[in-house]
Design a protein around this ligand. Structure first.
Ligand SMILES: *Cc1c(COP(=O)(O)O)cnc(C)c1O
Length: 219
């Protein structure tokens, strides 16, 4: 199946309120253009340099999503144009995004990454850290970032009950904080292998790569 056909099939299966981020990491500008020509505008990358190169080469109405782990010293390279930063996992990173966004006269939309997988290796805040950060004066005082939701990744497993339980946990965190931050509107959860479960559990944004573009050559 072609990229266009894959994209159409997935889009038809998504409820209307779900935003599809096409994860184009490792894929060429020509491959991205196939999805673009089929109407796709949201693309996700996980490396700053690679996203910069693609931003320069591709149409300006693409909305670029940084979905990978972001280092503070790289923030300045994407802040001028990035549409949404999914993986914010510390207050210091958020403060750096705020500082650079102010320099650029922008308000940059961000998602806080929450650690929901039981695996050790995944980045993100846990419940307790969120309770420390979100009510803090430092967090509340950030005028150039808009924290509009949360992002999470489930454990890499075939155990669907476990994946569902982890997504449900993130949804409950989202619902909890939404009462205090009415601006929350985005729950980024679900990738090729688990987006159907994520949507059933309340996702509003899915990040899908290999089901659109085919397997990646390297990661
Ligand atoms: C690569 C990646 C995806 C997409 O993964 P697929 O399995 O190819 O759909 C989603 N989210 C993040 C954070 C990723 O790094």
């Amino acid at each position: 199946m072609s990229i266009k056909e894959n994209l159409r099939t997935i889009k038809m299966s998504l409820p209307g309120h779900i935003t599809l981020v096409a994860v184009s990491k490792t894929k060429t500008p020509a491959e991205i253009m196939q999805a673009y020509e089929a109407g796709q505008r949201d693309f996700g990358e996980n490396k700053v340099q690679e996203m910069n190169r693609k931003w320069e080469a591709l149409p300006r109405d693409i909305r670029w999503h940084m979905i990978g782990h972001l280092q503070r010293n790289k923030v300045k390279d994407i802040v001028p144009y990035v549409s949404l930063i999914h993986g914010v996992d510390s207050l210091r990173l958020l403060q750096e995004i705020n500082r650079r966004a102010a320099q650029n006269g922008r308000v940059v939309s961000c998602l806080l990454q929450v650690h929901i997988a039981r695996e050790e290796s995944k980045f993100g805040f846990d419940d307790q850290e969120l309770q420390g950060v979100i009510p803090s004066a430092e967090f509340r005082g950030l005028g150039h970032v808009k924290v509009e939701g949360f992002m999470g990744m489930a454990t890499f497993t075939k155990d669907e009950d476990r994946i569902r339980e982890e997504f449900r946990h993130l949804k409950s965190i989202y619902d909890h904080w939404k009462q205090q931050l009415p601006g929350l509107q985005t729950l980024s959860m679900g990738m090729s292998s688990d987006y159907r479960i994520a949507i059933e559990e309340g996702s509003t944004m899915v990040r899908i790569g290999s089901s659109i573009f085919g397997a990646r050559n390297y990661d």
